[in-house]
Design a binder for this molecule. Structure first.
Ligand SMILES: Cc1cc2nc3c(=O)[nH]c(=O)nc-3n(C[C@H](O)[C@H](O)[C@H](O)COP(=O)(O)O)c2cc1C
Length: 386
């Protein structure tokens, strides 16, 4: 719909539109896409929409409080920013934008192994604790070095991602030449995408340098060569990882450990048995195995299996404060958002991200009030219209 007046962005989908205008197409598609036919990605959102809440009245909701704790620390609402690789290619120093916005709201930020900004840059930008996300590498010494750096940077919570034994089949990335061997025509198309986005070129392409994978800059000969990282990462991702490796990780990492990317109750039990402090119910935002169920539909089973033993978080398809409320009601301690935060950072910068997160909080607050609950601890299955 075209309008003759300017409208303020409110929801993640509004920010998505801004990101689409700002980013070269191949980068926008890299964020936006999922695996194969993107069925799981669509189900993540659709299944949230299918959950119905119960409206409860006359319950004194004059002092609704959205605060809680996540990974043992206070959080202003049960929401954290998910690890997103290369966020600094979507917005200038995107990871710094992310942590500063998260600080403003009082919620956790997660830094991907594959972030543009290194953990030391984050530490310099913000005094707060961030969560560090790890992929297992074949070179276990490199893993140990990364964890040592994370500790030194003041990080005490590790998200260990387990749903990327091999990368998912992301057809969109092949189509736009993000992966595979692009033809000359595709290369020229990419140049055209770049020149039609002068704002991105100025802000991120030029002023957003260095474009590195900051946490891995010591493992490649030339830290500014993004292709060198790709070669290294392709040779290092370790599909042989099993629960035994988590036991090893548990021994060398004395901070909190969350296993990110479980959907099945049995896997969640195995995670709890290795001594993990939490699990993240996740299918990587529908970017890995297409055809698996949505995270929200798997949440109750996982929460029933391990909710008493470990903290259960969820990500995938969370697009509003109402979705946060639904996830908490169905057994999550809290949720993470991936695409929404990078859409806001890419489309409207740090202030845009702060505004969007504030809107999440307002929506949660209003949702709690109208469902008749004043505290997060009181949000439970009773507010779900089963
Ligand atoms: C562009 C992009 C990059 C991502 N990179 C990582 C990553 O480096 N590590 C990781 O564990 N998950 C990564 N994820 C998955 C997110 O952490 C999260 O699980 C997912 O985005 C949640 O779904 P949502 O985007 O619907 O909120 C990435 C997701 C996107 C969209």
């Amino acid at each position: 719909m075209s309008r003759s007046y300017d409208v303020a962005p409110v929801t993640p989908i509004d920010y998505r539109r801004l990101a689409e205008k700002r980013l070269p197409r191949f980068l926008f598609d890299y964020i936006d896409g999922g695996a194969n036919d993107e069925q799981t990605m669509a189900a993540n959102v659709a299944d949230f929409a299918a959950v119905r809440l119960r409206q409860r009245v006359m319950r004194d909701v004059s002092g609704v409080d959205t605060s809680t704790t996540l990974a043992g620390r206070p959080a202003a609402m049960p929401l954290a920013l998910a690890p997103v690789g290369m966020a600094g290619m979507f917005a200038r120093r995107g990871e710094v934008i992310g942590i500063r916005a998260a600080d403003r709201l009082g919620i956790p930020f997660s830094l991907s192994t594959l972030g543009v900004c290194a953990m030391e840059e984050l530490r310099a930008a913000s005094p707060s604790q961030f969560w560090f996300q790890l992929y297992m590498m074949r070179d276990r010494n490199a893993v140990q070095r990364l964890l040592g750096r994370a500790r030194a940077a003041g990080c005490d919570t590790l998200l260990f991602t387990v749903d990327l034994a091999v990368p998912g089949a992301r057809h969109r990335d092949v189509r736009v030449g993000m992966i595979g061997r692009p033809t000359l025509k595709m290369k020229l198309g990419k140049v055209r995408q770049l020149v039609t986005r002068p704002g991105w070129i100025r802000d991120v392409g030029l002023r957003g340098k260095p474009h590195t994978i900051g946490n891995l800059s010591d493992v490649v000969p030339d830290p500014t060569d993004l292709n060198a990282y790709k070669t290294w990462i392709d040779s290092q991702f370790d599909p042989s990882v099993t629960w035994k490796d988590i036991e090893w990780l548990r021994r060398i990492w004395d901070g909190k450990l969350y296993i990110k990317g479980v959907l099945e109750p049995d896997d969640a039990r195995a995670a709890a048995d290795t001594g993990a402090d939490g699990v993240v119910v996740s299918n990587h935002g529908g970017r890995q195995l297409d055809g698996v169920a949505s995270s929200i539909s798997k949440l109750p089973g996982v929460a029933a299996a391990v909710g008493e033993r470990v903290e259960v978080l969820l990500d995938g398809g969370v697009r509003s404060g109402i979705d946060v409320l639904k996830a908490v009601a169905l057994g999550a301690r809290g949720v993470l958002i991936g695409r929404p935060w990078v859409w806001a950072a890419a489309g409207a910068g740090q202030q845009g991200l702060v505004d969007m997160l504030e809107n999440f909080r307002r929506e949660l607050q209003v949702g709690m009030a109208l469902a008749g609950v004043a505290r997060v601890a009181d949000v439970g299955p009773g507010i779900i219209d089963a």
